[in-house]
Design a protein around this ligand. Structure first.
Ligand SMILES: [Zn+2]
Length: 429
């Protein structure tokens, strides 16, 4: 099995050979980068000066756990207080509006050098699944310079791969034609968007699904439809877009350890959990200059995989992200998680996407589920979708108890495809 290309990338950055790279060398590098990041942040960011000033340097990697967290609310309140360079040096500002909640949007600032590190990671990460001569269609926002699609296209160009920035999918049939006419043999996109193409036979050799959370049911469906390898990428804007990518073993994300230091914490106590346990993903930037983040709480739930990867790399692996800390709701039958609904509903043939809203009426919970089906899906989808929902234990229990009512709405055929990169959540009314 081909070892993840991130292994040699990391070795090169550390100035050692790929085979002699070990955890000890990497951790020495990470400690040095963490100290530099703290120094930069305390000197130049008024937020971190107030938060961390007077703490002195980190004694070792383990002592990072004594530092306070940074939250999305901190960034929302005053993003400029995070800046460590003058505003002239900022080449890209990303504004994230949060779905489902009101309040200020989140702003993130990147320098040219920060973006260069992302392009570099994209180039190496993509070499896992494509090489010179391949043509990749990028189903991600890519119109603006510095957008995810643009940086990915730049990374692919360095790899000798032809990249076609497409933007989000709105008309699956039109996109199918582009794939066939342009000789596209690989796709990068958001899981629910790529799923909309699954019913067309397409000559694809590999697909990269990129999101904070990739439902396994979607990966399986795509691999079956096209007989191709389906890789997952984990990342978010705050990480500088790239966070980790699966190797040929397709068994967890190899993390971008040259640029990011990851921790998994108990979301209730804030304590680092024992290796292998699931908790909230927290990261610290190691090489970011414009707006470094220290112990940023992502709100995503995942675990480190302690066992060595079949590909032979020493890079740390993170298991499939199990949705958001906030992506759950409490029903009378227990806690319902969005990923449970994903794994139950996405295997339904022709189902493209859905939204979930929880409300309470007359002391009963009501889940309103709006389902979007592919064009041409006939028959009684109500029954099929209800049967799939009934496979989720929490829903089954609550329905049997009479404490839960499910309102299921199937969108009419030909309804416009939702195209958004927003994180999917269970909405509360
Ligand atoms: Zn691997």
């Amino acid at each position: 099995m081909k070892i993840t290309p991130l292994q040699n990338w990391l070795a090169h950055k550390l100035g050692v050979s790929g085979s002699s790279l070990n955890r000890e060398t990497l951790e020495q590098y990470q400690l040095q980068k963490l100290r530099q990041t703290m120094e930069l942040a305390v000197q130049h960011s008024s937020f971190y000066r107030k938060k961390l000033g007077g703490r002195g340097t980190l004694a070792n990697l383990a002592s990072l756990k004594d530092l306070p967290f940074t939250t999305a609310a901190d960034i929302r309140q005053n993003p400029l207080r995070f800046l460590c360079v003058s505003q002239d040096e900022i080449s890209r500002v990303v504004t994230l509006t949060s779905s489902g909640t009101t309040g200020e949007p989140k702003r993130l600032y990147f320098t040219k050098q920060d973006q260069e590190l992302t392009i570099d990671f994209f180039q190496i990460g993509m070499s896992t699944l494509v090489g010179p001569g391949d043509t990749v269609l990028i189903l991600l926002p890519g119109q603006l310079p510095g957008s995810v699609g643009d940086l990915l296209a730049q990374g692919l160009a360095r790899l000798g791969v032809r990249a076609i920035p497409h933007g989000l999918l709105t008309d699956p049939n039109q996109t199918r034609q582009i794939i066939l006419e342009q000789g596209v043999n690989a796709l990068v996109g958001i899981p629910t968007q790529v799923l909309a193409l699954a019913r067309y036979p397409l000559p694809l050799k590999s697909v990269l699904l990129s999101a904070d959370y990739v439902p396994r049911a979607i990966s399986r469906e795509l691999a079956q439809s096209w007989g191709c390898q389906v890789f997952s990428h984990y990342g978010m804007t705050e990480m500088g877009l790239g966070g980790g990518v699966e190797c040929a073993a397709l068994a967890g994300y190899h993390l971008r350890e040259a640029d990011l230091y990851f921790e998994i914490i108990n979301p209730d106590t804030g304590q680092v959990v024992p290796e292998g346990e699931t908790g909230e993903v927290v990261f610290t930037t190691l090489t970011r200059r414009g707006m470094p983040l220290i112990r940023y709480r992502t709100g995503d739930l995942a675990r480190f995989i302690p066992e060595p990867c079949p590909c032979g790399s020493m890079l740390r692996r993170m298991g499939q992200v199990k949705g958001r800390v906030a992506g759950t709701c409490q029903l009378a039958g227990g806690r319902l998680r969005l990923w449970e609904l994903d794994e139950a509903l996405f295997p339904v043939t022709g189902l493209l996407n859905f939204t979930v809203t929880l409300s309470r009426t007359n002391h009963r919970d009501r889940l309103t589920i709006v389902v979007q089906m592919a064009d041409g899906m006939n028959g009684s989808m109500q029954e099929v979708v209800r049967a799939a929902l009934d496979t989720v234990p929490t829903i089954q229990r609550a329905t049997r108890q009479g404490s839960l009512e499910i309102c299921l709405e199937i969108l009419p055929r030909g309804g416009a495809l939702q195209s958004t990169t927003a994180k999917r959540l269970i909405k509360h009314l």
